[in-house]
Write a protein that binds this ligand. Structure first.
Ligand code: PHE
Length: 509
């Protein structure tokens, strides 16, 4: 049993206003009429009272039969069939056109009258399309029909009609726009036991609903009671703006690298093949450069190449190794091919550009980026054509593979993966190359999360001018964070479903 006094102190002014008129089975419309309050105010108050267990609101639908357009007209001017007969009784037999004019009927109404009156034996069809009224017709003219009585009585509740009313309703329903059905919602109120008790009390209005400067300075608060707030009551959820959950993870990942002393690399999504592939020692006939794997731009289809000496250095490295100590790929490098614009297929393109811009005095130095990449893939639960890569390079004369593992271990542990391992792999731009796998703490299996290695001299020397160890990695972010959000199909990361966005938990690693 709730404490009635406490309950009273929680009542909102709107609730206090409706309580005095409440009684069992009263409907909401009556409450509105009796209180003179607005509909929204009454509905709100009733809803709150229901939440507090003081009333129960039962909603029922009521179908009301009402006059439609023609019906309203006929009530005033008489039913067409009556006007039809009326016209005939005043004259000899008439043609349909004559009746139509005299009784002011439409062609449609004339047709309906014909059928109806013939069926009742009220008219007689004569040769040459003439019509005359019968004895029966004259009788009908003097009586009010069931239909007419029915129309006079409207509106009526469809569920509660007498037999004659039902008959008239069925007949009129067949005809055009005479009657219509309006559905109204009826909300009936039932008082609960506590509600009944409360409705018998006289509620004082000696309470303060909100604290204002006036209330304080005038000292009225001393004599009155404050309204109690019920913090347990149901209230509508308000969804404030928030960062997309994927972006929350992105922010965090950036923070992790920044905290480890890495600088951020940024760059365009559109890049030339020169930077995306050639600078990374990826031969011009390498399959990743196929249309099937890479998105090429239609417009502008070609971009601008860097300075001539860098182009030359890259060309020579591809053709015969240049001064890198390699034999290169042994083919004729095509300058035009390298101009083709692509949606970057990896953020490793940013690493190449960053190295090309480095000076001797900048080293040792570490960079990272978190950015979108694009691959012409068939989309399924594990693949998107748009993915986010977590990229990194460490340019340091003293760096080695152990350091690479150390950085990755640190990063993955901050992402919730305590165990990682590397496996030999292949990329055109690294030697050695390694695939990174992390042990999934929940699924209890190793999952592949990206590639890594040490950039080859064929990459570093043309870009930097000399060969320095550059540790490099590129990791797939979507797979990494899917687990945290309980998402197994990575398409669900970008569904833009408002409910999912609102309810998704906050990134808190
Ligand atoms: N670029 C590679 C990829 O797209 C990842 C990688 C980056 C591998 C750097 C080695 C070094 O998967």
């Amino acid at each position: 049993m709730p404490d009635l006094n406490k309950l009273i102190q929680t009542l909102h002014p709107l609730e206090r206003a409706v309580i005095p008129v409440l009684e069992n089975d009263i409907d909401a419309l009556t409450v509105i009429r009796k209180t003179g309050m607005k509909e929204v105010e009454v509905m709100r108050a009733l809803q709150w009272l229901e939440n507090k267990g003081l009333v129960k609101i039962n909603q029922t639908l009521k179908e009301i039969v009402n006059l439609d357009k023609n019906g309203a007209l006929y009530v005033m001017e008489g039913m067409p069939e009556k006007r039809f007969l009326q016209a005939l009784t005043e004259d000899e037999s008439m043609t349909l056109d004559e009746i139509k004019d005299k009784a002011h009927l439409t062609k449609e109404e004339i047709n309906i009258c014909l059928g109806l009156l013939k069926k009742k034996g009220a008219i007689e069809i004569l040769p040459r399309m003439r019509v005359d009224v019968t004895e029966e017709g004259r009788l009908l003219l003097g009586k009010e029909s069931l239909e007419e009585q029915f129309l006079r009585k409207l509106p009526l509740d469809l569920a509660h009609m007498a037999k004659e009313e039902k008959y008239a309703y069925e007949e009129l329903k067949k005809r055009k726009e005479i009657i219509k059905i309006d559905v109204t919602r009826i909300k009936k109120i039932k008082l609960t036991k506590t509600g009944e008790e409360l409705s018998r009390l006289k509620l004082s209005d000696q309470f303060i609903d909100s604290l204002t400067q006036d209330v304080l300075s005038s000292g009225t608060w001393k004599e009155k009671n404050f309204r109690r707030y019920d913090v347990t009551i149901n209230v509508p959820k308000i969804h404030g703006g928030r960062r997309h959950f994927v972006n929350q993870a992105v922010e965090y990942i950036k923070r992790v690298w920044l905290d480890m002393g890495f600088k951020e690399m940024k760059g365009n999504i559109v890049q030339t093949s020169f930077w995306n592939f050639d600078s990374l020692f990826t031969a011009q006939d390498h399959p990743v450069r196929d249309l099937q794997d890479t998105f090429y731009l239609k417009n502008p289809a070609r971009g601008i190449l860097p300075k001539k000496d860098l182009i030359d250095a890259i060309r020579k490295t591809h053709e015969n190794g240049g001064n890198t100590g390699s034999k290169g790929w042994q083919y004729l490098w095509d300058r035009d091919e390298s101009k083709k614009n692509v949606l970057r297929t990896h953020t490793t393109v940013l690493s190449a550009k960053t190295i090309a811009a480095l000076k001797e005095t900048d080293m040792p130095v570490k960079f990272f980026s978190v950015g979108k990449c694009f691959r012409n893939e068939t989309v399924d639960w594990a693949h998107l054509f748009e993915l986010t890569q977590v990229e990194g390079i460490v340019v340091d004369p003293n760096a080695n593979l152990r350091h690479l593992l150390g950085y990755l271990r640190k990063f993955f542990s901050k992402m919730g993966y305590e165990r990682i391992r590397i496996r030999p792999s292949y990329f055109p731009y690294t030697e050695p190359s390694a695939e990174i796998e992390a042990f999934h703490p929940v699924r209890k299996e190793w999952v592949e999360l990206g590639g890594s290695g040490i950039f080859r001299p064929e990459v570093v020397k043309p870009l930097l001018g000399k060969d320095v160890p550059v540790l490099a990695w590129g990791l797939g972010m979507e797979r990494m964070i899917g687990e945290y959000y309980n998402i197994t199909d990575i398409r669900d990361l970008y569904r833009n479903d408002l409910r999912q966005l609102r309810e998704m938990k906050v990134w808190m690693k």
